[in-house]
Design a protein around this ligand. Structure first.
Ligand code: AMP
Ligand code: ZN
Length: 114
């Protein structure tokens, strides 16, 4: 989608600090990090929210989580701990309507979340 911020990052039209990509997903640093490590894992195909996932996306969702775990490990947080979050619609604070998995690590993350 040409007016989608994350589609434009994936297309290379807007710069981002990309740390990993393969055929199905890209991972880049959040521009407004909420923890010492704050990455966004984004499918290369445009899916607006979790509500729009279909069975054909099951492998993709698995890849997002498995890559998040691999990136947490690469950054040394796999045993200390980390959080993975999808925000969906207004009450969760979703601002970019292209599915993205937040990976947060490097500080104590409170629970319940705000
Ligand atoms: P959400 O609120 O779950 O929709 O998360 C959107 C995230 O995208 C926020 O954490 C923003 O800081 C982040 N973000 C917005 N614009 C950019 C950008 N150009 N590059 C990297 N991250 C961004
Ligand atoms: Zn998009």
């Amino acid at each position: 989608m040409s007016n989608c911020l994350f589609c434009r990052i994936i297309a290379g039209e807007i710069p981002a600090a990309i740390v990993f990509q393969d055929d199905s997903l890209v991972a880049f640093k959040d521009i407004n990090p909420q923890a010492p490590l704050h990455l966004l894992l984004v499918p290369k195909t445009h899916i607006a929210t979790l509500n729009d996932l279909a069975p054909e996306h099951d492998a993709l969702v698995g890849s997002l989580f498995r890559r998040a775990a691999a990136l947490a490990r690469e950054h040394g947080y796999h045993e200390r701990g980390y959080r993975t979050v999808f925000n969906t619609h207004a009450d969760a604070g979703q601002t970019v309507f292209h599915v993205h998995l937040h990976l947060l690590a490097g500080r104590g993350l409170t629970w319940p979340p705000g």
